[in-house]
Design a protein around this ligand. Sequence first.
Ligand code: ACO
Length: 367
Amino acid sequence: MPYAHITGWGMFVPEPVLTNDDIAKMVDTNDEWIRDRTGIRQRHIARENEFPSTLAVEASIKALQVANLAPTELDLIICASSSPEYIFPATACLIQDQIGATKAGAFDLSAACSGFIYATNMAAQAIRSGSIKNALVIGTETLSRFVNWKDRNTCILFGDGAGAFVIQASERPGGILSAVMHSDGSGADSLTLLGGGARYPATEASVHEGKHFIQMDGKEVFRFATRVMGRATQESLELAGLTTNDVQWIVPHQANYRIIETAAKYLKMPLDKYIINVDRYGNTSTASIPIATVEALEKGQIKSGDKVVFVGFGAGLTWGAMTVEWTGPIPAKRHVYPKRYRLFARLRSLLLRAVRLIEGFLSRREL
Ligand code: ACO
């Protein structure tokens, strides 16, 4: 049975930064309150012409570059997002088209902030079953579009960004060792974005009632998160036959510094084993774990051979954890340039659209 290795990683955040002081100009809050209660100092916010697919494509190209893998070699793309571009088509398909992943299947996965762990596990399982060799997993968000900028309970928390992993089959032991995924729909009301779905399609009333904004019972989510983070980490480690003593790094979902602190206490692990960057990005939902991982790799914190645990929670309610033995890119003689495929992808997309147009025109004439 092949092993599933994380061989490439990339992140991208939009340039504009929104500080706590900026938010204090919009709602009744202040920098000190936000830092004390959440650990957040600033977050990045997408420009008007940036969308989940825009951010995801940048992160994906970087991940393919690290893996030294051509997009045409991808068999599968899974995009996890809490703020997908549309209900359908899937954001994953928009990414597939823009990076030129000509033979990949593509779909979106919805598990809120736990989505990246779920998606990585799904890709790893497909690789371990032998049905595919190369997968791209993405977490991408422009949650700023769904935040009520008049609600101080939620608008301080979220930020935009994207992160991506390339996952590949290899006979070399290691890579993704174990994963656990959990859910509890009885807590569905704690964190919601109700508008735009089948129960509350967009109407004047749904907009007026604020149904298209994130709504959250912060205290309830806080209690749930601190309850499950430590337990899920332990479960995933047990499944991998490891203990907390074997672990070099924990990469938690970056929602709130205090939640991470409580999880560390539960596991009796020092906080310096936790990768934390919530101060600079806020909660980027599905993108938070890959963004934190990429930063840790670029700083030289996570190294080959390290045992790393990803752990997250989110709306649903959902939560999960994954244990990885870090390996890195598969050595190869040939050098590929995934960035160059973008031009080819654009031309291919235009050509396919033109062919579709001509086919439509000709079939109308035949009728
Ligand atoms: N600035 C100033 N005061 C505020 C603010 C603010 N931004 N927000 C709330 N307050 C006030 C409240 O109105 C309240 O005042 P009151 O006592 O007069 O009523 C007081 O501060 C305390 O409010 P609490 O809600 O009790 O504050 P708490 O300590 O619980 O912190 C927070 C709130 C930061 C939201 C916290 O509950 C939290 O982080 N929860 C988890 C949220 C989370 O992680 N969500 C993402 C989940 S992942 C996903 O799937 C998207």
